[in-house]
Design a protein around this ligand. Sequence first.
Ligand code: F6R
Length: 616
Amino acid sequence: MCGIVGYIGKRQAYPILIGGLHRLEYRGYDSAGVALLSETDKLNVYKAKGKVSELENVAQEKDCTGTIGIAHTRWATHGEPSARNAHPHVSESGNLTLVHNGIIENYVVLRDQLKSRGYHFQSDTDTEVLVQLIEYVQQSLGLNLEQAVQAALKRVIGAYAIVVLDRRFPNRLVAARKSSPMVVGIGEDQSEYFVASDASPIAEYTTQMVYLKDEEIVVCERGRDLHVFNLSNEDVPVEVKNVELDLTMLDKGGFPHFMLKEIFDQPAVLEDCMRGRLLPEHRRIVLSAVTDHRERLTQARRFIIVSCGTSWHAGLIGKQLIEHFCKIPVEVEYASEFRYREPVIMPDDVVMAISQSGETADTLAAIELAREAGAFVFGVVNAVGSSIARNTDTGTYIHVGPEIGVASTKAFTGQVCVLTMLALALGEARGTVDPGEYHAVIEELQHIPEKIGRILEQNDRIEVLSKIFTYAHNFLYLGRGWNYPVALEGALKLKEISYIHAEGYPAAEMKHGPIALIDQEMPVVFIATHHQQYEKIISNMQEVRSRNGRIIAIITEGDQVVPGMVSEYIEVPETLACLAPLLSVIPLQLLAYHVAVQKGLNVDQPRNLAKSVTVE
Ligand code: F6R
């Protein structure tokens, strides 16, 4: 949530900052702002409600010169989206300006204290308290900027990633983090530094990145090495990582939306996900996490999967995969519930965090709890170097490239692909997987990208189909077995980008309540591929038909029964039951996409949502 970018160097900062904000806009997009220190040492701050393009309109024809600056795109937590509440915020004296991601929990107390000392507040945000507090300690204790940042942060309860600029120190940016990511990019020599809430806005300038850890503060000063220290005043060695992002993944690549591009990315990125892990010549799956921690993983008494949203749906499929191939019991928990309900966690449990962004606050807190309880923590993460990736004992990256569209698509199939490989590798290590089935799944996995490609060829048909359903106010998604989590995922995709209310249910549960909703106005999406419980789902379909429900069926190519029963259906290629979700979810992603486009909605940036949920 929210995006930060900062620059100090020889180049003009404004184009770098605005370009960076565009890259980060997927994280938050209700207001944006930029602060630049001009060549005459004047601090110019411009802000706008709405998207980064609105900010560009505001800044047009204003003084945007300067080689040092900070910028922010916001997802409101405290205070409505408005120019007044947008960052950067400026201190009472006008010397300091600051951008912030996260939430300051004790901001009310701090604000009251600062008000009683004569500070005035212009916004409703928690962030403004930070900039005033830094100024207050700086003035009252006679500290330099980084010392003041350190002293102020010691008084703060909450989560933060901040960058501060002080008009009186034009060669210096100071940044800090706690529970919210912050990365520093090292540009040419020591003459330029980039700071950002993730690597995407700075990846085109440098591959040399330093990820701050919790309670660390960094001083980026022209002509000097980075200086990192922590709240306990210890110097921290600077650990430079080489991070190469595929920049083509950060562009729409000719597609009208990131979401559509990412749906179409799936065949290629699943190949990437399996590369070097699925070894066709050896008919084996080799995952370094399983090789390196064989003992610990094979001896696990239980797996607990913690995640949120789409990643939670992938977790439900992971449960079936691990129970089926490894015969280890698996629980799947919403991270937000797990962390607060005193869960019983045993040292021989494996707690698995699934997260695209690797920054989801609840998932991060859940694994911290698991570590405290002595469990072994495994990450299934997309964003390389993210907080969750760094806070696990081991893990497997899904390697599907940056996902920019707010609605998760390729991350879901990447997660399911990794979970399939993990269950197979672990099942083999435990001796619980039938060798014939092991080889059959490995063989079939290799055909999944090409089969997804065949589904994508039906995009135009699905677009036409979507036009029939834009009228609907409610949708029901039904699936069984392997396809039940796909029903949940299909419903989530539709509701988040088209704002149509949609529910996913196990098909048999329909009779226990939702059937009351069915009439000719209610589209019901059945995921009815040719696998376990196929006959049963056909009966469920009959029940809907006899109540005049409008059915859209996802079926296996060559199905002779369903096309005779319903007018709307989409075929997916035949595959093994355990791999069905990798195919059946694709038409549901496309359906949600086209319905939202038909309704004229902003698919990549749906209202109220943010890509990375770094607040609880
Ligand atoms: C849905 C979606 C969200 C995320 C959820 C978890 O399309 O994107 O439901 O899946 O916020 O995010 P990660 O996977 O980053 O932990």
